[in-house]
Design a binder for this molecule. Structure first.
Ligand code: DGL
Length: 330
């Protein structure tokens, strides 16, 4: 019999650490109140899967997470993954921005050891809470050899998603997490079953290391709609290194916004056309002449993931061609 793996569970808050007044409170409750040790105490079954250690890194709703929080999580996870007595890491996290923290780790960690980010849609106190099963599944995934070398994962609702693709797509249902090309696999009774692998570069195949990043450049997202005022775009562009424009459809931009966005690019802001549809490719030089305007386009990245990718790309000396290339490589 082989020894059980050593898994570190890092608590950061969220609904998985939440508590409601009554079991019917599936959506109205306090989040980030239970400590990670309290949560693990309610899950003795997990000790059959792994030797567990825990630490409380943060205790807040993930809607509060900013670039400094991302760096703090990245640096700590990088540090523990380098320890020989750590075989994998599980991070408990609010679901609101789970896809962003997970993608940041996926793009920066330099380890093949499994890292699983997990949350829940209902607090442990609610009827049919998904908290304990999601955490049990996340520990099972992190502890399993088949989870090595595939980057950061998000586990929820019995599904294993790659951090690159997953998005929270519902505000209250248990079945809230979607990947446009499907999950990588499922977890059943503590055993992961994989059916596909991530196709794009991640972790060991990227130039970014959390421990080498002291700060991230300022990249903003602007959500496009027909009455969006020019002054709003100008004000945001005036204070940014990059601007992801979440345009309608195939990254379309209302005519009156072309000037402020072209001016932004002339003044050195990296303007990226993305789509607010949440799905699909933005075709370069399709809806707009990107070459002529000096703009970039996403491939299929949703705006919040494009923001992370552009921030990382801007930490290096990169010309427009190199910046454009990251959207097809990662
Ligand atoms: N405040 C939200 C967050 O931490 C709670 C949502 C959740 O965890 O499901 O992201």
């Amino acid at each position: 019999m082989t020894a059980k793996p050593n898994i570190l569970v890092i608590g950061t808050g969220g609904t998985i650490a939440g508590q409601g007044k009554a079991a019917v409170n599936t959506s109205a409750y306090l989040c980030s109140v239970l400590g990670i040790d309290e949560i693990l105490d309610t899950l003795p079954q997990a000790s059959a899967l792994a030797n567990l250690r825990s630490e409380q890194l943060l205790q807040t709703g993930s809607e509060n997470f900013n670039n400094e929080h991302l760096l703090a999580i990245g640096k700590r996870v990088a540090e523990v993954l380098a320890q020989q007595d750590v075989d994998g890491v599980v991070i408990t996290h609010g679901t609101d921005t789970i896809e962003e923290t997970a993608y940041f780790l996926h793009l920066t960690l330099k380890s093949a050891k499994p890292v699983v980010v997990v949350g829940s849609m209902r607090p442990p106190s609610a009827m049919s809470s998904d908290a304990s099963l999601n955490l049990y599944d996340a520990i099972a995934v992190a502890a399993h050899p088949s989870s090595h070398g595939i980057g950061t994962l998000v586990v929820a609702n019995s599904e294993i998603h790659t951090a690159r693709d997953v998005v929270k797509s519902n505000s209250f249902k248990l079945d809230a997490f979607r990947s446009p090309y499907g999950a990588l696999g499922w977890v059943i009774e503590g055993v992961p079953h994989y059916y596909r692998r991530p196709a794009r570069a991640h972790t060991l195949d990227t130039p970014w290391f959390p421990e080498r990043l002291s700060r991230l450049p300022k990249v903003e997202i602007v959500y496009g709609y027909g009455s969006l005022e020019t002054v709003a775009v100008e004000a945001i562009a005036a204070n940014a290194h990059g601007l992801i424009f979440a345009g309608t459809g195939n990254g379309n931009i209302a005519s009156h916004l072309l000037k402020p966005l072209r001016d932004a690019a002339r003044h050195g802001v990296n303007v990226v056309r993305a789509s607010r549809t949440g799905n699909g490719i933005v075709l370069r030089n399709g809806a707009q002449p990107d070459d002529e305007y000096g703009w970039l386009t996403v491939d299929d990245q949703i705006p919040q993931k494009a923001r992370l990718l552009l921030m990382l790309a801007l930490t290096q000396d990169a010309d427009t061609n190199a910046l454009q290339a990251v959207f097809t490589r990662y």
